[in-house]
Design a protein around this ligand. Structure first.
Ligand SMILES: [Zn+2]
Length: 117
């Protein structure tokens, strides 16, 4: 329950992870962070994977269609903010689909706000 409230404050959704929903809810060519998951039998959004897109969140989510039933997301105007949000989600939820710490784009010198990696 706590998990749901925390993520509810930062991300929009959940929405069905399907082409028409993605096209309706997201804008083109905009960075962002997202969580994939499903609605559990208590009606809560359970996170299985988190990620971010430095350039185009919409196409990134389209590529995930079929891997989960629901998603939540938030757009950021700035790539670094999208990366930092992904890091926060990773540390907060430790999703089972994320084996490795989020990696920053090549050439960027940003550090994770949680662990300074
Ligand atoms: Zn970290």
């Amino acid at each position: 329950m706590m998990q749901n409230e925390l993520i509810g404050a930062g991300l929009r959704g959940p929405f069905a992870l399907a082409r028409d929903t993605i096209d309706e809810e997201l804008v083109d060519q905009c960075p962002g962070a997202y969580a994939l998951g499903f609605i559990d039998n208590m009606g809560r959004f359970a996170i299985t994977y988190v990620g971010s897109a430095g350039e185009d969140l919409k196409s990134k989510l389209r590529a995930h269609i079929g891997t989960a039933s629901q998603f939540k997301f938030r757009h950021f105007t700035d790539q670094q903010k999208a990366f930092e949000k992904e890091c926060e989600l990773f540390h907060q939820f430790m999703p089972r689909g994320n084996f490795l710490h989020p990696s920053r784009p090549q050439g960027a010198n940003w550090t994770c706000p949680r662990c300074r990696r």
